[in-house]
Design a protein around this ligand. Structure first.
Ligand code: NDP
Length: 393
């Protein structure tokens, strides 16, 4: 039986992961499940899968979790330290699907015990790619990409020599605002940003898709995971979301990965790797689709992509700063404090301030340094958000 843990089990990726595991229960022993505020769902799944331990990220919810698990034999725990402890429990395969930088520390713990880490939490790679990959190497652990674009690149590279890669193309659906002019984007509402045309995802990544911050994170993720040079990584808007990525080789060949927009595809690939097994996903009907379109993204309307290039050029802690400022700006947009286009303005300002203050340090990366940069970036983002609000008033 494979021992598995799912961090972020109550979210969109976590639930899709449990859906796949639930179809073959005999094959898995569930060690740990984690969640945040959704205690009812966490307790339901921990009972149903007979998990050893269920952990909520929020200490104040421990009593609720204990009550919800009463009589089940499932251990209850809460807080960031408990998350790390649960991730340190021996497991063969660990899903990292917490949203945000909070996923980094449990992911590192899982790698330290030599697990295969299925990485949906792209923020870990953006904030601390060199640290994460070095930790995996030091402990003989494996990191498998779960982001659909990176899973697609990974699959297109099977049996290939990575040094023969000339370029990779990551596709973006373009989100709900693909054709909106900047003037209209500035007034975009939360509800409009949540109306993704192709994918059903958690709230935060859905808004990041609308602003292209998600694609910006993915460009950095591709650099950190595969080691591509920034200039090798291209983005194309592809409204149908059927081609997830393409890999171009030095002989001019372009290998594409196609699939229905269903995250169970990439999750299932990581779960079954290195084998392929049947998955309950729709098979694309290309004749019915009729056409697959590709366009260059407009960096004037979606400045996140330009910022990602600046982050890659700066290196060091720029990724941690970028991600933390983006998370703070996203919170402010969700709370109605700043407008849609202000998010990129806040991130740009924080990057500029921390860079001129020498806060992007490119020495050896440690978790303490990443955490400190993340913390300071959130403070600076708070100041930039307040300024944006004053200008609005
Ligand atoms: P969701 O918002 O649906 O779920 C996030 C999960 O993280 C939930 O279990 C949530 O708990 C938990 N959580 C929230 N805050 C914290 C915290 N501070 N500490 C610990 N746990 C926390 O997100 P998604 O499933 O959409 O995304 C998860 C990750 O996967 C993200 O990094 C995202 O970028 C990535 N990803 C997602 C894709 C998708 O299709 N959804 C596609 C590719 C990548 P609760 O809900 O109980 O509060």
């Amino acid at each position: 039986m494979r021992r598995i843990s799912v961090f972020g089990a109550t979210g969109s990726i976590g639930q899709s992961t449990l859906d796949l595991i639930g179809r073959d229960r005999e094959a898995y022993h569930v060690v740990a499940l984690s969640g945040g505020r959704n205690i009812a769902r966490l307790a339901r799944d921990a009972r149903s899968f007979g998990a050893e331990i269920a952990v909520t990220a929020h200490e104040e919810l421990l009593t609720d979790l204990r009550e919800a698990l009463a009589g089940s034999g499932v251990e209850a725990a809460a807080g960031p330290a408990a998350l790390r402890e649960a991730a340190a429990r021996p497991a063969d395969w660990v899903m990292s699907a917490i949203v945000g930088a909070a996923g980094l520390a449990p992911g590192l713990k899982a790698l330290e015990q030599g697990a295969t880490l299925a990485l949906a939490n792209k923020e870990s790679l953006v904030s601390a790619g060199p640290l994460l990959m070095a930790t995996a190497r030091a402990h003989g652990a494996t990191v498998l990409p779960v982001d659909s674009e990176h899973s697609a690149i990974f699959q297109a590279l099977i049996g290939e020599d990575i040094s023969a890669v000339e370029r990779v193309i990551i596709t973006a659906s373009g989100g709900p605002f693909r054709d909106w002019p900047v003037s209209r984007l500035a007034r975009a509402t939360l509800q409009e940003a949540l109306n993704h045309p192709n994918w059903v995802m958690g709230q935060r990544i859905t808004i990041d898709s609308a602003s292209m911050f998600n694609k910006a994170l993915e460009v950095i993720e591709a650099k950190e995971f595969f080691g591509f040079a920034p200039e090798q990584i291209e983005v194309l808007v592809h409204p149908e979301s059927i081609v997830h990525a393409l890999v171009g080789f030095r002989d001019g060949a372009l290998m594409a990965h196609l699939g229905a927009p269903d995250m169970r595809h990439a999750i299932g690939f990581a779960l079954n790797w290195p084998k392929r097994r049947e998955l309950p996903v729709a098979r694309p009907d290309l004749a019915q689709l009729g056409q697959l379109r590709f366009q260059r993204p407009d960096e004037a309307r979606f400045p996140a992509l330009r910022l990602a290039r600046e982050v890659m050029a700066a290196g060091g802690l720029a990724g941690a700063v970028f991600n933390a400022a983006k998370e703070a700006a996203l919170d402010a947009f969700i709370a109605g404090r700043i407008g849609f286009m202000d998010m990129a303005g806040v991130v740009e300002r924080v990057l500029a301030e921390m860079s001129s203050a020498g806060g992007l340090d490119d020495g050896a990366m440690t978790l303490d340094k990443v955490t400190a940069a993340d913390h300071l970036a959130r403070i600076k983002a708070g100041e930039a958000i307040a300024r944006a609000q004053q200008q609005e008033a």
